[in-house]
Design a protein around this ligand. Structure first.
Ligand SMILES: Cc1cc2nc3c(=O)[nH]c(=O)nc-3n(C[C@H](O)[C@H](O)[C@H](O)COP(=O)(O)OP(=O)(O)OC[C@H]3O[C@@H](n4cnc5c(N)ncnc54)[C@H](O)[C@@H]3O)c2cc1C
Length: 482
């Protein structure tokens, strides 16, 4: 009989949980599932994914949705059997607003983060003046960049579309996703699709229009199965996903309130030291944490990797959920929410009209709003104490939506250093980490610092990591690691 291999996964967020789930799937298929221990520093699993009910409202602290364009989230839900729990966005209001000169102006139809794909909507939008539209139109004729090295999102947008598009559209649209300063954000690591469009079609706009035509042609030829909106969630909130994973991993040993302090190699095995004194032994270890949290763990065993990981900066964000009576909000709330350009000097990054976006977030005649604050361009707002932050957010909402009355309640959640900043050169750094990891067989990294920060990105990377681990455990002759 084959002996059971042991695996320790450090971190009980979606990255650690998806790694455990995929490892268990692979182990079952191979007929020799490894013994898995998952170590989590706190008393709950799910990491930043946390949904909670209050007075009939469903509040999301961390992510409120995942995108359907990246299939890993949906595919995992399918394997977990929770597809019936998935909900799409409210199709009546599929649009968002950008704040401009005291008003919320709709993002023109077909506008994709930095560029339009529908010319009539672009030409008629009040969001842009004629000068900016003309400058954006010139994008068709701007040659691609000769230098093939990485470039910041800021530099790319400025080069192709001009300064106003960068400050008034690209920055707020991207800011809501990465909470980053576009001047430092790597284009190749975060939005390689725009680089591809420039290279393939000589123009982002031309590329978007061409691909859109191709997609609609293919869609009419192959139309079948359910159609999903771009953003998806679950009836009972995003935590349904992590809860379902945990429920289907009865054989995994979850060590709660267990803070890992060190990972080291010893006599061909890996050892994971916990703060409370225990040392766990394993054939393979996956560190599914933020990069900076992995730094101290690897300082002695793999200082080179530790040093690389320490170069990835993180930003802090806060979300504030606010519950209102519908009658107390003068704005028609006919969209999913709005983003605010940092150049306006205002205090928040974005606001979702949560109960408009997804069903079941608020009781009848009530509204749930969720404000996103902090990040690279609003550190001073994150630094406010809770009372000040709460006051600031309410004042901001009064300005944008005309709300004069206090909410039924508001709830602040803080996520310190949770948003990795993929700076220019990030892909090079990742290559360096990967090549160094090759010198440490049995050691793996998962998390949002590596191949994308969204929930589907974390799942995809976790699953690839689990597949490498599975291969290592079952098929490879494992060399000594010490
Ligand atoms: C406010 C917010 C909103 C977001 N919105 C979206 C969205 O709408 N859509 C989307 O796709 N993505 C969104 N994201 C991004 C996405 O949610 C995260 O990138 C992803 O959930 C990170 O998961 P993770 O498992 O890698 O990390 P985490 O969730 O941070 O999990 C890491 C876990 O490790 C534990 N831990 C830390 N140190 C140790 C240690 N030494 N020993 C043991 N355990 C340890 C932590 O307690 C935690 O449970 C959002 C993120 C935030 C913060």
């Amino acid at each position: 009989m084959k002996s059971k291999k042991k695996v320790v996964i450090i971190g009980g967020g979606i990255s650690g949980l998806a790694t455990a789930y995929r490892l268990r799937e692979l182990g079952r298929e191979a007929g020799n599932p490894p013994e898995i221990i998952l170590v989590e520093a706190t008393s709950r699993l799910g990491g930043v994914i946390e949904s909670c009910s209050r007075d009939g409202f469903l509040l999301e602290g961390g992510p409120d949705s995942f995108i359907s364009e990246k299939p890993a989230g949906y595919e995992l839900s399918k394997r977990l059997g929770i597809v019936p729990e998935i909900i799409g966005t409210n199709h009546k209001f599929r649009r968002s607003f950008i704040y401009k000169k005291g008003r919320l102006v709709p993002v023109p139809e077909g506008f994709y983060l930095i560029a339009p794909s529908q010319i009539p909507a672009f030409l008629t939008t009040p969001l842009l003046d004629w000068r900016t539209k003309f400058r954006m139109g010139c994008e068709f004729f701007i040659p691609g960049r000769e230098n093939q090295g990485d470039e910041s999102v800021g530099s790319f947008v400025r080069r192709r579309f001009g300064e106003t598009t960068l400050q008034e559209i690209a920055q707020p649209m991207i800011g809501g996703i990465y909470t980053a300063d576009p001047e430092f954000l790597s284009l190749a690591a975060t939005m390689p699709q725009f680089l591809d469009l420039e290279r393939q079609y000589g123009s982002v706009i031309r590329g978007l229009i061409t691909r859109k035509k191709l997609r609609s042609k293919n869609a009419t030829q192959t139309a079948s199965g359910p159609r999903y909106s771009l953003f998806l969630s679950f009836r009972e909130g995003m935590e349904s996903l992590t809860r379902a994973i945990v429920a289907q991993l009865p054989e995994v040993s979850f060590r709660m309130n267990a803070f890992a302090t060190e990972v080291r190699a010893s006599s061909g095995k890996w050892k994971v030291a916990l703060q409370r004194g225990e040392v766990l032994e394993a054939d393979a270890v996956c560190i599914a944490l933020s990069a900076f949290q992995a730094v101290p763990l690897l300082l002695k065993a793999a200082p080179g990797i530790s040093c690389d990981l320490g170069m990835i900066p993180y930003e802090s964000v806060a979300t504030v959920n606010l519950a209102y009576k519908r009658s107390e909000i003068p704005h028609s709330l006919n969209g999913f929410g709005f983003v605010v350009p940092a150049v306006t000097g205002r205090k928040i990054v974005a606001c979702s009209f949560s109960s408009v976006k997804f069903a079941g977030r608020a009781p009848q005649e009530m509204v749930l709003l969720r404000v996103f604050a902090g990040g690279a361009l609003h550190r001073q707002v994150y630094a406010m104490d809770d009372a000040m932050l709460d006051h600031t957010v309410k004042e901001e909402l009064r300005h944008y939506l005309g709300i004069e009355t206090p909410p039924l309640f508001s709830s602040i959640k803080r996520y310190p250093k949770t948003m990795p900043q993929y700076r220019v050169g990030h892909l090079g750094l990742m290559k360096s980490v990967q090549s160094k990891l090759a010198g440490f067989p049995g050691l793996y990294l998962a998390g949002n610092a590596y191949q994308g920060i969204g929930v589907p990105d974390c799942i995809k990377w976790a699953e690839l990591t689990a597949e490498s681990m599975g291969q290592f455990l079952t098929e490879r002759e494992r060399p000594e690691v010490s």
